[in-house]
Each structure stands twice: as structure tokens, then as C-alpha cells.
Design a protein around this ligand. Structure first.
Ligand SMILES: Cc1cc2nc3c(=O)[nH]c(=O)nc-3n(C[C@H](O)[C@H](O)[C@H](O)COP(=O)(O)OP(=O)(O)OC[C@H]3O[C@@H](n4cnc5c(N)ncnc54)[C@H](O)[C@@H]3O)c2cc1C
Length: 450
């Protein structure tokens, strides 16, 4: 317990889920003086953004990119004492090496010049492509980045006469990377929100922030330490099976102490919510609504070579095959020769074997980078329900539920953003602040960090 900070009369709050949303909620609540017990089902913290250990190797379940626009995530990292140097900051660059490639890099200038000058200088894009890109950004800006009624991104691209090349090299990869949903079915409104807060915002908002530590170490582990140092409890390998209401308090099936909690934050992935809410008939319609969300996969191939590869940038685009982006992990604090190739959303790669996919990806890397060193090890991690499918007009629930005291946090909760770390953190902060407000409490500065 922090000296001078009494827990007497503090609300008892249970947070179910040790991902980015759960920890954002827990830290926010702790700053307001609530007593927190966080339950995580797995032994590893981080949920869908976590480290995976296999045969003495530590890799992430999937390569993640943060953007300069992730204001709440970056604030949370600062709050729990994470050093900014754990993120490699790069100006937005879409680099496709190879004969048919292109390089589009944001200029180090204020918006909109960073994009305009970046486009003027772009290599491998014709004037028609550049004009088309500016046309789409101009249309969105003119409409205040509102797309009403919401419709698929593909329709927006057609309405603004995008060229085949700019669609293939810029819009399709950006859309599938940000929304994890192909342009044919992705929400143009959510895509517009992402473009508004990244490409169309200040130059630093579109910066790519690439983690140099594993995803558990980036936030969940430091947040867990931060909570423990202040007398809060984080329990791993402690799955909660169900939530029961008892008067205006709650107890949890799976809580070894049988504590009565004043508030519960359900911070699990959407597909884990329904069983927890089952004993609460008032929440049956909400549980059904959340269970109705469809999901999209993300596959990450981790390829370990016995020497360095000739990456022109730490992150390059791949076209014409299965892989979408390749990351030089050696340039991001990882071991020499480690590469991550990302394939977002459903696609043709799901119809072939892992061996065939691995072989194809090696060919794609070779086409982009030239001859490759010898492959030592390969592992493909597929998260089948990586994110919800971000389709037009999606009905996402808010943090508050019809049951006072029971709150939702998670990347699927209503937000301008698709399922991302930033959406998860934002929802945790909102849930935490809503509880503090209900209790008449305010966040305090426990460490002199704003
Ligand atoms: C492969 C992949 C790549 C991605 N790439 C990016 C990217 O580049 N940029 C980006 O911003 N986002 C990316 N995302 C999305 C991002 O990881 C998620 O949006 C975010 O991690 C979701 O956090 P969350 O806290 O809402 O949920 P989760 O991370 O799912 O956390 C929920 C936690 O609850 C726990 N839990 C579930 N049930 C129970 C229970 N009954 N009791 C106790 N605990 C329970 C789970 O074990 C889990 O730890 C990616 C996701 C994946 C899978």
C-alpha cells in the first residue's frame, strides 16, 4: 500500500481479464483509490497481445504495430513507468521492394504537408495514383471524415475512382492491417476514423511505433508490477467461470477468496463474455449481442534465419502472394535473422498446409529481398479469432451494462477504432473512470506522473 493512501472504505473491484483492456481499467481504478483484484485465466499476461515461449525462444503471438495516434496506450505506458525507448519510432513508410515496388514515406512536416510532400516524392506511383490518393483524402476531409450511411471500404474506393495500383499498394493493405477485414466487407466509417487520426493528423500521429520488447513486457507485466507495488492483487492461471449478483454486490465463481465486489469489469475477448454473464438473466440480450460478433484471423509466420536479411526498412510490404507485411525483428531489438511475416484476415492462405505456406512465404521474401540466408526454424501462429470483423454499421456495446456495477472493457466495446490495442486501452480507461465517477472518486497522481 502506498504510504498515506488508505484503502479503508475503498470500493472493491474485480477485473476479469489480464489483456491491455483489463490492465488499463485496473491502473485507472487504482489511481482513483479502488481496491483491485485482477483475474487472468492464462499463466501469461497480455491476452491477444502476449509473449509465446517455445523451446527457449520468446516470440509474440503476433507482430503488433502501434501508431503515434495511440494516445491512451502511450499514456498508460508512461503511467506504469515504461521507457519510451521500448518503442522504435519510424515515420510512416509503405515500402515494397522489388522491380514492381514503391516507396511512400510521410515527410517530416506538419499535416497535411507530410502526406502531400510524401506523395510528391513517392517512388513507383504514377501521377494518376497520387491524384487518386489525394482525391480520397480530400473527399473524407470535406465530409468531416463522416461516411453516412456506412458502407464497405470497396464502395468508397470505387466512389472516389481509385486506381488499381493505389488500391493494391496502399488502400487494401492499410485497410486489412488496421481493420483486419478486407476492403470488400470493411467499414468505411471506421477506416475513415483511422485515416483521420493517423494520415490526416499531425505527422507524429502517423508514426509507426514498433515494440522492441515482447508484448507482455510492453504493458501487462509492468502494469501488473505497478499494481502489486501498490497493494493490489493480480492472479494468473485463475479463470473465472461465472459472475453472480447478490444484492448490489457480486461474487465470482472461481475466486478462491469468495470476496464480495462492489464492481466487476469484464475485460475478456468478446467470445468469452457469454458464459460469465449466464447467471445474470438481465444481461442475456447483451450476451447474445456480443456473441453475435463475427471474427477474423491473423497468422504470423516467425522465420529464424542463420544470418541477416537485406531489409531496406524494418517493415516492408509484400504483394502478389500470401504475405502482407514482413518485419525485420533484428532491427527491433530481436535476434539477428528473425523475421515476422503477417497475414491479416481470412484468405487463400487458409486453404493450404502450414508447410506449403512457409515455402510460399520464403519465395515471397526472396522476391522482395534477394537471396535469403539458411532457414533455421519456422513457426506459424494463427489466432483464429484475432479481432472482430469490422463491418459497416456494427452494433458494438458500450462499457456500461443494464446491471449497475457490471462493466465491459475490451477492443470490441464501442469506439471510433477497430479492434486494436488503443481501442482496448480506451475502453479500460472509460470503464475505470465510470466506476470512479459512480463512487465519487477521482484519479490521483500516485507517482507524480501525469
Ligand atoms: C495476431 C494479432 C495481431 C494484432 N496486431 C495488432 C496491431 O498490429 N496493432 C493493434 O493495435 N492491435 C493488433 N491486434 C489486436 C490487439 O491485440 C487486440 O485488440 C487487443 O490485444 C485486445 O485486448 P483486450 O484486452 O480487449 O482482449 P484480450 O487481449 O483478449 O484480453 C482478454 C484476457 O482475458 C482473459 N480471460 C478470458 N476469459 C477469462 C476468464 N473467464 N477469467 C479470467 N480471464 C479470462 C484472456 O486470457 C485474456 O488474457 C492484433 C491481434 C492479434 C491476435
Amino acid at each position: 500500500m502506498i504510504p498515506g493512501f488508505s484503502s479503508a472504505g475503498a470500493p472493491q473491484v474485480a477485473v476479469i481479464g489480464g489483456g491491455y483492456a483489463g490492465f488499463a481499467a485496473a491502473v485507472t481504478l487504482a489511481r482513483g483509490g479502488a481496491r483491485i483484484t485482477l483475474f487472468e485465466a492464462s499463466r501469461t499476461l497480455g491476452g491477444r497481445a502476449r509473449v509465446v515461449e517455445k523451446d527457449d525462444h520468446r516470440i509474440d503471438n503476433g507482430q503488433h504495430i502501434l501508431l503515434g495516434a495511440y494516445a491512451e496506450t502511450l499514456r498508460m505506458l508512461r503511467l506504469v513507468g515504461v521507457r519510451p525507448s521500448v518503442l522504435e519510432t519510424r515515420r510512416l513508410a509503405l515500402a515494397y521492394p522489388g522491380p514492381d515496388g514503391c516507396l511512400l514515406r510521410a515527410a517530416p512536416l506538419p499535416a497535411p504537408l507530410h502526406l502531400a510532400i510524401g506523395l510528391l516524392r513517392a517512388r513507383g506511383l504514377g501521377w494518376a495514383d497520387k491524384r487518386a490518393m489525394l482525391r480520397l483524402m480530400g473527399r473524407l476531409k470535406r465530409d468531416g471524415f463522416r461516411v453516412a450511411p456506412d458502407r464497405p471500404v470497396a464502395d468508397l474506393l470505387a466512389d472516389t475512382a481509385q486506381t488499381t495500383r493505389i488500391t493494391r499498394l496502399v488502400w487494401e493493405p492499410l485497410c486489412v492491417a488496421a481493420l483486419n477485414t478486407p476492403v470488400a466487407s470493411a467499414s468505411a466509417q471506421v477506416f475513415a476514423n483511422v485515416l483521420r487520426d493517423s494520415l490526416a493528423a499531425g505527422a507524429s500521429a502517423s508514426d509507426l511505433l514498433l515494440p522492441k520488447v515482447d508484448l507482455s513486457e510492453l504493458f501487462p507485466v509492468p502494469a501488473s508490477r505497478w499494481l502489486a507495488m501498490r497493494g493490489h492483487t493480480v492472479r494468473t492461471a485463475e479463470p473465472i467461470k461465472a459472475i453472480h449478483a447478490e444484492g448490489d454486490r457480486f461474487h465470482l465463481d472461481g475466486d478462491p477468496w469468495g470476496t464480495r465486489y462492489d464492481h466487476v469489469v469484464v475485460a475478456t475477448a468478446p467470445y468469452h463474455v457469454a458464459p460469465l454473464l449466464e447467471p445474470l438473466p438481465a444481461l442475456a440480450p447483451l450476451a447474445q449481442r456480443i456473441a453475435a460478433l463475427a471474427h477474423e484471423p491473423i497468422a504470423t509466420a516467425w522465420l529464424a534465419f542463420d544470418g541477416p536479411l537485406a531489409f531496406p526498412e524494418p517493415m516492408i510490404g509484400l504483394t502478389g502472394g500470401y504475405g502482407q507485411w514482413a518485419f525485420d525483428r533484428a532491427a527491433l531489438g530481436g535476434p539477428p535473422g528473425l523475421v515476422a511475416v503477417v497475414i491479416s484476415a481470412s484468405g487463400a492462405h487458409q486453404a493450404i498446409s502450414k508447410d506449403a505456406l512457409e515455402f510460399a512465404l520464403l519465395g515471397e521474401l526472396q522476391a522482395a529481398l534477394g537471396p535469403l540466408p539458411t532457414l533455421k526454424r519456422a513457426q506459424i501462429i494463427t489466432e483464429k479469432r484475432a479481432t472482430f470483423a469490422c463491418t459497416p454499421g456494427l452494433d458494438r456495446p458500450g462499457c456500461a451494462t443494464p446491471l449497475p456495477g457490471l462493466w465491459l472493457a475490451g477492443d470490441y466495446v464501442a469506439s471510433d477504432y477497430p479492434a486494436t490495442l488503443e481501442a482496448a486501452v480506451q475502453s479500460g480507461v472509460i470503464a475505470g473512470r465510470s466506476i470512479l465517477k459512480r463512487c465519487g472518486l477521482r484519479e490521483q497522481n500516485l507517482l507524480g506522473i501525469a
